[in-house]
Design a protein around this ligand. Sequence first.
Ligand code: BG6
Length: 508
Amino acid sequence: MNTKIQPKTSIVIFGATGDLAKRKLYPSIFNLYKKGQLAENFAVVGVARRPWSNETLRDTVKASLEHEPNRDVVEQFCQHFYYLSFEVTNKSTYHELKTLLDEVETIHKIPGNRIFYMSMAPEFFGTIAKNLKAEGVTDSGGWTRLVIEKPFGHDLESARALNQEIRQAFSEEEIYRIDHYLGKEMVQNIEVIRFANAIFEPLWNNKYISNIQITSSETLGVEERGGYYDTSGALRDMVQNHMLQMVSLLAMDPPIRLTPDEIRSEKIKVLRAIRPITEQDTSRYFVRGQYGPGVLNESEVPGYRSENNVNPHSKTETFVAGKILIDSHRWAGVPFYIRTGKRMLLKSTEIVIEFKGMPMNLYYSENQTQSNLLIIHVQPDEGLTLFLNGKKVGPAGGTTPVQLDYCNNCVDTTNTPEAYERLIYDCMLGDATNFTHWDEVELSWSFIDSISKAWEKSDKDLHFYESGSMGPDASMELLEKDGHQWWPITSESKEEEKRSRSNESFRY
Ligand code: BG6
């Protein structure tokens, strides 16, 4: 990302009164402005159904920036915001939008570059895209881009239908499908760690790696999103997109160049090589769970079925663990284990690469060595840990675990940009590397669909887990069957380390 370019752009946000806009989009655009990555030549046109004025929108933006001490900058920033009350199916409102955009682009000297950002109910994405084109809002004299928030469809069929609709108005190169995990610093770092280090890339295959584990756990429940979540579940909400994207970055071959096309085509090859799971085999490879009541941070929390807007008999999964196999020369025989869930013990995203043991380990007999592990901490800490075996200090000999830690966000105190900040800026620059190509979406859905179909047919393998735990026991058994175990995610193991230091043996 070249942070010196100051793109001149209008951003039309559909869903400007919504939660995502307030929590993520306004603060991210503000950060770009404050850091000087956006020049004065930008405008944001907020669009939604409510009959707001420019002032109401500006007050909302100010409120979402309440922690910013420099109120003058906030004030200047807000002068770039405009509001239009909008009816998705009413053609005349598209004409009003076009007129407003022409006006604000004259005021702010923007050469017709327009980003249309869909941050609203997905059922309207197709209609809006088609009308933008049909009513001439995309005829601007500059470039136009469409940013689409997830969910991109509910299954393969609906994703295809949506794609066909938006492709009538925008070409694949103009479509930026957001997966905010691709904007995270350490997810972007996966490529650098792998392809810029001669000590890792030669080992990055089935000869040296035993298995890879990706955990993305959350402590939050479904909060206010029960209505959406109950029809989605963790498989569609997290696995189809974020988890499979991390798998493809970890498994891809080195691209021949660092261009969006080359990187995406390597990721697509991985998704093509993932072994499909038949409906009959689903329970051997995937585990689903739903949270019951429990205690988190010393407070009692309700079970999923008691959450707002959730069916009290819901069978929706709030936890998924799975074993993914990639049928390629590099990965044959190496399981990629994924797990994600709500109301778990910790908020954490972590990737563990477990290396195979030594061909002949002199210390096996004493059962003293641990697998070498490379851990990529995605959040909340950002960094790397490498676990090695070293000699115990002192004459008695023996081995001891050695932990090499690198904390990314401790060294770079300039505060890593929010995923959205980076992605919005990339879109302004026309860099689609960290957005999902249609082929990736299509392949992910076709993998996910057979699992969700199997789950729709029967609920006998829905496992309940206590809120505040690491998911149902069945998730542990999934790995135990293969002779593996989930490595405790770091914050969990830090606690354990503290406890066990006192009795001289700790896990790593
Ligand atoms: C979103 C899901 O895509 O990712 C949410 O819809 C989930 O349900 C969120 O909470 C997790 O994102 P992060 O960045 O907090 O790990």
